[in-house]
Design a protein around this ligand. Structure first.
Ligand code: ATP
Ligand code: MG
Length: 180
């Protein structure tokens, strides 16, 4: 499984629809300060269901919608879609390509889609659980992640290994059933 493509429209500095294609090899994104490199990583976290505005480097969720410049009016909604190659079946769904989409209007409501079918955020969370992908998955290594692995509380450190071992799904199901 690997990230094949990301389409960004109206998200942060990406006013126009922007498409970036990735190959199975390494892709590095370079550019001057403030050109939008980190916004791409934010877009990936956001589409996978990030709800914390702080972790998206904003003050309110609306901050992810393109807010306009001197020459350009603000837009009304933000949309990000990411496509994974799933020929190896790591994502537990019967498709060789998996596209996840999130759209949000200024009212704050988010819509989510898996392969263009409307779904809940919970469905996306469950689909990517134990794959390493996801807003808390180890495939996104942010600045704080290394600290988490090295020095934090043992429970946090264990979480990283649980995700890698593929047991988070079962643990979550157990917790859910215990809560009922
Ligand atoms: P650095 O090299 O300093 O880390 P970077 O390439 O990672 O820079 P980003 O943090 O991705 O840069 O982009 C910051 C830019 O995005 C700023 O110019 C900021 O004004 C712009 N930006 C952020 N949110 C919005 C928004 N909602 N609407 C318009 N522009 C935005
Ligand atoms: Mg940056």
């Amino acid at each position: 499984m690997y990230l094949k493509k990301i389409e960004i429209q109206g998200f942060k500095s990406f006013a126009d629809k922007t498409e970036i294609e990735f190959t199975e090899d390494i892709t590095a994104i370079v550019g001057p300060n403030g050109s939008g490199k980190s916004n791409i990583a934010d877009a990936i976290k956001w589409v996978l269901g990030e709800q914390s505005v702080k972790s998206l480097r904003g003050n309110k969720m609306e901050d992810v919608i393109f807010s306009g410049t001197d020459k350009r009016r603000a837009v009304g909604f933000s949309e990000v879609a990411i496509t994974f190659d799933n020929n190896d079946g790591v994502i537990p769904i019967d498709y060789s390509e998996v596209e996840v989409t999130r759209r949000m209007f200024r009212s704050g409501e988010s819509e989510y889609y898996i392969n263009k079918n409307s779904c809940r955020l919970k469905d996306i969370r469950e689909l990517f659980m134990d794959t390493g992908v996801g807003k808390d998955g180890y495939s996104i290594v942010g600045q704080g992640k290394i600290d988490e692995i090295l020095s934090n509380r043992p429970e946090d450190r264990r979480g990283v290994f649980e995700e890698a071992a593929g047991i988070v799904k079962y643990k979550t199901k157990k917790e859910e059933s215990e809560r009922r």
